[in-house]
Design a protein around this ligand. Structure first.
Ligand SMILES: [Zn+2]
Length: 319
């Protein structure tokens, strides 16, 4: 019998990550193609389809082995049809991506938001393995969120459930967010938000390491964590403020689904316990005591593969 394979596709603003994945979640092959965002990203389904065709030939895999494609895109997705309402970074607006990819490849296609798929991947094989209730937060350039409730991804009435990055945390005088609102969590607790906060706090600490770093050039979120690790008071204050807001937002979310696990991923999560320790402390301060007792924190384990693994699982669950 031919071994069944799933295809995971994780569509980002710069690259599309693709993978052939076995039923047990192991990756047979993974590769990337550039995301062509020209002409509103219209060529992306064709690019994906052609690249899959080439790989299948190269590895001598018969089309019958493929159970389907699970694709993630950064935007608002109608999961029942694979229709994308909007994916700003890709250029898609009212784009019938799922049907288009299905026609081109001949495989059944399921589509979800990329952060939801990352949550699903971590839920299948990563830090949130087997959890029925899970909150996944991705801290990168922005803040992504995915929620598993009753064992399923929460999508909501029109695909905006679990958009944790857009929870309002600064009601008055907040910084404008890419979504059009102001004061979103994403403006505070993303890598970009951390750097903004660092610049703000450094002004009151002229002798700090943070201020020296700023004078010498561009600052990154990692520099802030490194400076805090070296005992810089200003950098410690930045991390305290950022994790306090994030912990509060997660605690408020936790009331809705009573999670057993909170998984933190994305570039900023590379800070490890330096991030997790103050975050968990803030969470326990703001959460209902009994809610906090049920949950623990973990750093995402699947890294850049979370999206494609989640995509494969989406097919496996629906097939
Ligand atoms: Zn926003």
């Amino acid at each position: 019998m031919v071994e069944q394979l799933y295809i995971g596709a994780d569509i980002g603003g710069t690259t599309v990550k693709l993978a052939f994945i076995k039923d047990d979640g192991s990756i047979v092959e993974k590769w990337e193609i550039p995301t062509n965002t020209e002409s509103e990203g219209k060529s992306i389904p064709t690019d994906i389809s052609q690249s899959i065709d080439e790989k299948l030939k190269e590895r001598n895999i018969h089309k019958e082995a493929i159970m389907g494609i699970g694709a993630g895109a950064p935007g608002f997705v109608d999961t029942s049809s694979g229709f994308i309402h909007e994916a700003v970074n890709i250029g898609w607006k009212n784009f019938d991506f799922g049907s288009h990819l299905e026609e081109l490849t001949g495989f059944p296609v399921w589509v979800d938001n990329d952060a939801n798929l990352a949550a699903l991947g971590e839920n299948w094989l990563g830090a949130g393995k087997g959890c029925t209730e899970l909150i996944a937060v991705t801290l990168g350039t922005g803040v992504g969120g995915g929620i598993i409730a009753n064992g399923n991804v929460l999508n909501g009435a029109n695909g905006t459930a679990a958009e944790l990055g857009h929870v309002t945390v600064v009601p008055v005088g907040g910084v404008p967010c890419n979504c059009g609102k102001t004061g979103c969590l994403e403006t505070v607790s993303s890598a970009t938000g951390i750097v903004r906060k660092a610049k703000e706090i450094a002004r009151s600490y002229p002798d700090s390491l943070l201020q020296t770093l700023l004078k010498n050039g561009e600052l990154t979120a990692k520099d802030v964590f490194d400076a805090a690790d070296d005992g810089d008071e200003a950098a410690e204050k930045v991390i305290h403020e950022v994790t306090d807001v994030l912990g509060m937002a997660i605690a408020n979310m936790a009331i809705a689904i009573n999670p057993e696990k909170i998984v933190v991923g994305g570039g900023v999560s590379k800070a490890g316990t330096q991030l997790l320790a103050p975050l968990e402390k803030a969470y326990r301060k703001y959460a209902l005591k009994r809610t906090a007792e049920a949950s623990n924190f973990g750093i995402a384990e699947l890294g850049n593969d979370a999206g494609v693994i989640g995509g494969a699982y989406l097919v496996k669950k629906n097939k």
